[in-house]
Design a protein around this ligand. Structure first.
Ligand code: MG
Ligand code: ZN
Length: 216
């Protein structure tokens, strides 16, 4: 008898993530996994992004991960074509198997984008491929300008980095040069989008990146 052993949780996760990506590829859906600390503005970014894409005729679905509540799904419910809330009930990150279950309930036809809002956590979401095409690591100025250095594993696999709440830079004394100095040692390939979900400043360049990456 031959027994196949899946070496570890991450290996099983990676296999499921690859299946998710194949399913999305077959449907022509481009998927973005957004990771950050709680309160950086992941939901706020989607509240701005999804209507802007819809205005260009591009439909989005969202999978939202939270420990509890459907509050984020309710915020996004009127904006996105389809929203699925995953309650992890204590789990501090999303897994590819949870996303696979959510995908089974989504109608991928007619969608251009799938956004996955990960559980707010700067540590373990970094280690779990969900089947996305691009990983976004998000920061906000009230968190302090040292977070990329302290949580470098979140920024290593990022295809793009978003710095939100730039309208507060002066009030908080946020030193952007510290962030950029740290990123030079962590990830020099990912573009950094400085923006404000509140004022709308900087959103155009973020939207342009989303458009360019998907069509490529
Ligand atoms: Mg949220
Ligand atoms: Zn976790």
């Amino acid at each position: 008898m031959k027994i196949n052993v899946v070496k570890n949780v991450l290996e099983a996760n990676d296999a499921l993530a690859a299946e998710n990506r194949e399913k999305l590829d077959a449907a022509g859906v481009w998927c973005v996994n957004i990771t950050s600390a709680p309160g950086s503005g992941k939901t706020s970014l989607l509240e701005k992004t999804i209507p802007a894409l819809a205005a260009k005729g591009l439909a989005s679905a969202v999978i939202v991960g939270d420990l509890q509540t459907t509050r984020d799904a309710e915020r996004l419910g009127n904006l996105a074509a389809q929203v699925t809330q995953i309650n992890t009930e204590g789990g501090c990150h999303l897994t590819a198997s949870q996303v696979a279950a959510a995908l089974a309930g989504l109608d991928l036809k007619g969608l251009e984008y799938l956004f996955i809002e990960n559980v707010g956590n700067m540590v373990c979401p970094a280690g779990f491929d969900l089947g996305e095409h691009a990983r976004v690591a998000m920061l906000s100025t009230p968190e302090g300008d040292d977070k990329a250095a302290k949580y470098n594993t979140l920024f290593l696999p990022a295809d793009a980095i978003v710095l939100n709440k730039i309208e507060l830079i002066e009030a908080l004394g946020y030193d952007k040069s510290r962030l950029y100095d740290d990123l030079k040692k962590i990830n020099t390939a990912a573009p950094v989008f400085e923006l404000s979900c509140r004022t709308g400043e900087g959103l155009e360049t973020w939207l342009a990146w989303l458009g360019a990456k998907r069509t490529r």
